[in-house]
Design a protein around this ligand. Structure first.
Ligand SMILES: [Zn+2]
Length: 173
């Protein structure tokens, strides 16, 4: 594992095997203590509304999320999160820091209830709809090695891969 401290964190992009690996549960909370604030810093700097540990090269079940409520920050730490309940289905557009410049429209559950532990190891339960629901599902997918483009049809996925290749070539990746 690479160093977990701040400035050395960087976003791992599509194609990096760490993004396709199923991440391991966090057992040692002390070991991830410095990772959480470093991930928030990187997420806000990008900027993004969610960041999963595999995206910084750490294959652990941990993600940070901040989907503002009425313009106010709403930071959340999700350790070993689990989707307990899903309701409805809604298609919307999303992006991913590991797939810069790529935006895809995919269907996800409209409402979810997620259980997780926070950075202190206390259980939290989150009921979410709208953007937060989508963001939670996207981040939890990352912990299972699933990327947003994995939800696309083969044709759509191929189109996204062409776009990625183009971006790599012209240096906008
Ligand atoms: Zn992502």
């Amino acid at each position: 594992m690479e160093s977990l401290s701040g400035p050395l964190l960087k976003i791992h992009k599509y194609g990096d095997p760490v993004l396709q690996r199923k991440a391991k549960p966090v057992k040692d909370f002390a070991a991830v203590k410095s990772l959480v604030p470093a991930m928030f810093d990187l997420m806000y700097a990008e900027p993004g509304i969610g960041l999963a540990a595999p995206q910084v090269g750490v294959s652990l079940r941990l993600a940070v999320v901040d989907v503002p409520v009425d313009g106010r920050p709403n930071p959340m730490v999700l350790i070993n999160p689990k989707i307990e309940e899903k309701k409805g289905r809604i298609a919307s557009t999303e992006g991913c820091l590991s797939l810069p410049g790529i935006s895809v429209t995919i269907a996800r559950a409209a409402v979810v209830r997620v259980s997780a532990l926070n950075e202190l190891g206390f259980p939290v339960s989150i009921q979410a709809d709208g953007l937060l629901s989508r963001c939670l599902q996207h981040e939890i997918d990352h912990l299972d090695g699933v990327l947003m483009i994995d939800h696309l049809s083969l044709t759509e996925k191929f189109k996204a891969q062409l776009e990625i290749r183009k971006r790599k070539k012209d240096g906008t990746w």
